[in-house]
Design a protein around this ligand. Structure first.
Ligand code: AMP
Length: 204
């Protein structure tokens, strides 16, 4: 089972992704984490993307597509893994098309797309309280100004992916404003329904 997680910054994608991945033997692949690791290492890619990330913009499609392509290849080679959960990729239509090509080359498809939905005001409030509670875990791009830019980029570039995947019958919308456990339950309900349908398809 291959999942795509969509949702604005601060919606809790990372938390839910880790939980779902563990429960369903999936590898959670976060392009944000991969890029942050590249920046921390000071690699060539890290140097290229650092200032873009600090401003909350999107790094070039080719960079994230090649990181994801390599990570997908590694995940497929791992017998202990039943699929992947993509968190933070794709971020625009071009990346969605790149993802389809990459998966097709590897004989895979996307099974479910989950979109966590949350109003902009709620996102800003969440980030502000996260910063206040854990000042030491603050990320470079955890400032209200950068967050506003990231939300704007999300609306402009990433939200259209909702329609793209809805037209393909893959989209499931989840209310991200509910408490963490309720969001997890809503996600689990979608996944067990998807597993039933997948099972029926295989049986039929
Ligand atoms: P995230 O941890 O997913 O919020 O990503 C942090 C930052 O990494 C984003 O604000 C972007 O600058 C960059 N980034 C992560 N994933 C992508 C992507 N798929 N395409 C372009 N930029 C990305």
């Amino acid at each position: 089972m291959n999942l795509v997680f969509l949702g604005p910054p601060g919606a809790g994608k990372g938390t839910q992704a880790r939980y779902v991945a563990e429960r369903h033997r999936l590898v959670a692949l976060s392009t944000g984490d991969m890029l942050r690791a590249a920046v921390a290492e000071g690699s060539e890619i890290g140097l290229q993307v650092r200032s873009i990330m600090e401003s909350g913009g999107l790094v070039p499609d080719e960079i994230v597509a090649s990181l994801i392509s390599e990570a997908l290849r590694r995940a497929r080679a791992d017998d202990a893994v039943d699929g992947v959960l993509l968190d933070g990729f794709p971020r625009n239509l071009e990346q969605a098309k790149m993802l389809e090509e990459i998966l097709e080359r590897q004989g895979e498809t996307i099974d479910v797309v989950l979109e966590l939905r949350l109003e902009d005001d709620a996102l800003l409030r969440r980030i502000e309280s996260r910063i206040a509670e854990n000042p030491s875990e603050r990320r470079e791009d955890d400032t209200p100004e950068v967050l506003r830019n990231r939300i704007e980029v999300y609306h402009r570039e990433t939200r259209p992916l909702g329609d793209y995947y809805r037209e393909r019958g893959l989209l499931h919308e989840i209310d991200g404003s509910a408490p963490v456990e309720s969001v997890t339950r809503a996600i689990e309900a979608v996944l067990s329904q998807a597993a039933d349908i997948g099972g029926q398809r295989k049986a039929g």
